[in-house]
Design a protein around this ligand. Structure first.
Ligand code: SF4
Length: 359
């Protein structure tokens, strides 16, 4: 996969990332002028404290989350937060003070946020305050380029639901029924819903400081790499892009994670629509760990891994004995999976172009 759309998408992402500081300032400026508040947050701890401090009441603030991962401190807060489901807000069963969700992209030139398939979209005008969490690498400099990025997603995501894409540029109003006035017909008034965009660092500036790993920030979260990863298929631990970014954070995750969760099969390289060079990024990470780590076992394993591309050329049996055993001996589930593969278990999934070419 390396056609002109993919190269163009790669360039769109490259241009944004290499000029990220200026783009973020321009976005902040534009979106503030549109009447939306902006808050810069570094990590989950700061995010939790921002949300807690912002809550209007001492007890039972009603918060509706539409997030893939709710920080545990917000999910279980004693009597500070009462979690309200999206369905209850949407169906007017419960009201909520806050709605907190993530945004897929920000558009720098228009100061807008783009949302795909958000479950909570029908709740925006039923709460007092909406917070969109936007990773600082997920911006596009020119709104005219969003169409190219969207074209790289699976068709189902974009067209499966007629209303799948929403672009929010301004605060909106909530309609309030004034039925308490006991008039024959209800009267209605509107109330402004305040909107905040959290520009969320989430370890991204740490990756920016590594010129090589910066390319991992091109990711548009299409999810294609995880669907073709043979290791993720078995253990669901790290998607390929999470594995690449893992060591960049340099935090509590172990160096060994990178060795234990890849076979360097290259499937992710083949499907990534923005052309993130997974093999080269993983190899550099491993070489770096090899250079810095003097423990013999990892040193030996690292040498094997960095020779992986050569091993690709060998037949399946040799790979199994010299590579898979050494790699996954401590992880019986993965070892059994790979040992049970009779044929070439690398490059399991061919790309769509290859499939079409076969027809
Ligand atoms: S294939 Fe993976 S790394 Fe590439 S854009 Fe999609 S999710 Fe990101």
């Amino acid at each position: 996969m390396n056609n002109s759309i993919n190269r163009r998408a790669n360039f769109i992402r490259y241009s944004f990332i290499e000029n990220m500081d200026n783009n973020l300032l321009a976005f902040e400026n534009k979106i503030s002028n549109n009447g939306i508040d902006v808050k810069w947050i570094s990590n989950e701890e700061e995010l939790v404290s921002f949300i807690k401090q912002d809550l209007p009441k001492a007890h039972f603030n009603k918060v509706c989350f539409d997030l893939p991962h709710i920080p545990s401190e917000l999910a279980d807060t004693g009597n500070l937060i009462k979690n309200i489901s999206v369905e209850d807000v949407e169906n007017n069963i419960e009201s909520a003070d806050y709605l907190i969700t993530n945004a897929n992209f920000g558009l720098v030139d228009t100061g807008s946020v783009v949302l795909f398939n958000h479950k909570c979209k029908n709740c925006f005008n039923k709460v007092d305050h909406v917070i969109f969490i936007l990773d600082i690498n997920n911006l596009i400099a020119k709104s005219s380029d969003i169409g190219i990025i969207l074209s790289l997603y699976e068709r189902d995501l974009i067209h499966g639901n007629q209303q799948a894409i929403d672009i929010i540029s301004q605060p909106f109003n909530k309609i309030i029924s004034n039925s308490y006035q006991f008039e024959q017909e209800n009267t209605y008034s509107t109330q402004k819903v305040s909107v905040t965009v959290v520009l969320y660092d989430n370890g991204i500036t740490a990756i920016m400081n590594n010129p090589k790993l910066r390319e991992s920030l091109y990711c548009i979260n299409c999810g294609k790499c995880k669907t073709v990863c043979p290791v993720y298929k078995v253990n669901h631990k790290y998607t390929p892009i999470e594995l690449v970014k893992n060591n960049a954070f340099g935090t509590n995750r172990k160096n060994s994670d990178i060795f234990e969760n890849t076979t360097l099969c290259g499937n992710c390289d083949k499907v990534c629509p923005v052309l993130i060079p997974f093999m080269s990024l993983l190899n550099s990470e491993m070489e770096l760990i090899n250079t810095n780590d003097h423990e013999d076992s990892w040193h030996d394993l690292g040498k094997i891994m960095t020779k992986r591309l050569k091993l690709n050329k060998l037949n399946g049996k040799i790979r199994r004995y010299f590579f898979v055993r050494k790699l996954f001996n401590n992880n019986k589930k993965l070892l059994n999976y790979f040992m049970s593969q009779q044929d070439d278990f690398y490059n399991l999934t061919s790309t769509k172009e290859e499939e079409n070419a076969k027809l």
